[in-house]
Design a protein around this ligand. Structure first.
Ligand code: MG
Length: 399
């Protein structure tokens, strides 16, 4: 196999639930291929164009074993670098190359990175409701399924007060009132803490919906309720405000699902301003940069909490789980659940049992892909509407 080459790169779009982007890298060795996740669900067509027109042709003919060189050259070959479309395209190839590497070695990927350092990866699931009582009921439903880490929202990311009066001519959008969170969220967690066993771990995602000074207020107000972490309390545009939060409270902070380049996190990690990285692995370019980022975080006491909603494909989730199981500074894994069709379309998809997720023991990432089934579920092309968030007077806000 001394002259192993990449012979073909396919980018497949499918929608078994969320829109997913799958990359398949074939090689000159019959039957040897790898699968990667390139899912940027809101711009899936652009990622496919980047794979089909640029990244795929660039890597064909290269030795798939030279993962580092391929990642580095793919990242700079277009000269301008670092963006969500190209990073996802590169991730699709990168994960596939690690999948191939594991298959060549006859080992699950986590064995390539040092082996297991825990039995299973603890996951957190999502709960919520339109009132404190509904949220509590939903948390208890999750607990009954064995979850120990539970993210709790009230009214979803927008909250409950989106029905404030609007001015004449208010444009369409997902209306919300940010400052509602300053009283509603502390009241929610005070209520939950009064009702739940003390060892249940609770989390909350602000989704960058606050003005910076209000974010400082909320982090401080939530300190008595011992969150496992508070996520995206600030937007990537307001990073300097994390220092203000650190000065006033010890609420653990998670950040990073919107970051594109792993080094965007460097100041937050090196200055110990956050506690968990919430990176979307395909968004930063795949497993190769994620491994480096995890090791960098280890040196500064920052833990991993890789982004794991429904718009990470089962292949991407497998990559997360292989990282979770083998990195000493793992914190928790987001697990939004997978539907039955995804388990059928992606045989080998990780399973959750009583609050822990496990990789399977097959070589590589351990995931297969039923392309014939995927072809029966083509992607819809609608633009999302939830990303057009507006304040009560109609002003656009970050989603
Ligand atoms: Mg989030």
């Amino acid at each position: 196999m001394s002259c192993l080459k990449i012979t073909k790169v396919d980018c497949i779009l499918t929608q078994p639930g969320c829109r997913l982007v799958v990359v398949k890298v074939s090689t000159s060795e019959p039957g040897l291929f790898g699968l990667g996740c390139a899912t940027f669900t809101q711009r899936h067509i652009a990622v496919k164009a980047a794979v089909d027109g640029h990244i795929g042709p660039f890597v064909i003919g290269k030795d798939p074993r030279n993962i580092e060189d391929i990642w580095q050259t793919a990242m700079v070959n277009g000269y301008w670098r670092n963006g969500p479309v190209l990073n996802n395209a590169i991730s699709g190839v990168d994960m596939a190359l690690w999948d191939i590497k594991g298959k060549l070695a006859g080992m699950p990927c986590y064995q390539l990175w040092g082996g297991k350092c825990r039995g299973g990866a603890a996951v957190y699931t999502h709960a919520g409701g339109a009132s404190n009582q509904e949220a509590l009921d939903d948390v208890r439903r999750c607990m009954a399924q064995g979850y120990h880490f539970i993210r709790c929202q009230i009214g979803g990311y927008p909250g409950l007060a989106g029905k404030q009066p609007r001015p004449d001519g208010a444009p369409p959008g997902d209306y919300f009132y940010p400052r509602e969170k300053l009283y509603q969220i502390p009241e929610l967690f005070e209520y939950l803490r009064g009702e739940l066993p003390p060892d249940i771990e609770l989390l909350h995602d602000v989704h960058e919906r606050l003005a910076p000074i209000d974010a400082v207020y909320l982090a401080k107000a939530l300190e008595p309720y011992r969150l496992f972490f508070l996520e995206d309390v600030l937007a990537p545009e307001d990073l300097e405000w994390f220092a203000n939060i650190r000065q006033v409270c010890a609420t653990p902070i998670a950040m990073g699902e919107l970051f594109n380049h792993p080094r965007e996190m460097t100041p937050l990690i090196a200055n110990r301003l956050i506690d968990f990285i919430r990176v979307h692995v395909s968004q930063i370019g795949g497993i190769t940069p994620a491994l480096k980022l995890a090791r960098f975080c280890e040196a500064f006491g920052v833990r991993t909490a890789w982004h794991g909603p429904g718009d990470v494909s089962p292949i991407g989730m497998a990559a997360n789980v292989h990282l979770d199981i083998s990195c000493i500074n793992f914190g928790v894994q987001e697990w939004a659940g997978r539907n039955a069709l995804e388990y059928e379309m992606f045989p080998g998809t990780p399973v959750v049992k009583y609050g822990y997720v496990y990789p399977n023991e097959k070589p590589g990432l351990g995931i297969d892909f039923n392309e014939a089934l995927a072809a029966k579920y083509p992607c819809t092309d609608e633009n999302p509407t939830w990303t057009v968030s507006r304040l009560p007077d109609g002003t656009l806000w970050r989603p």
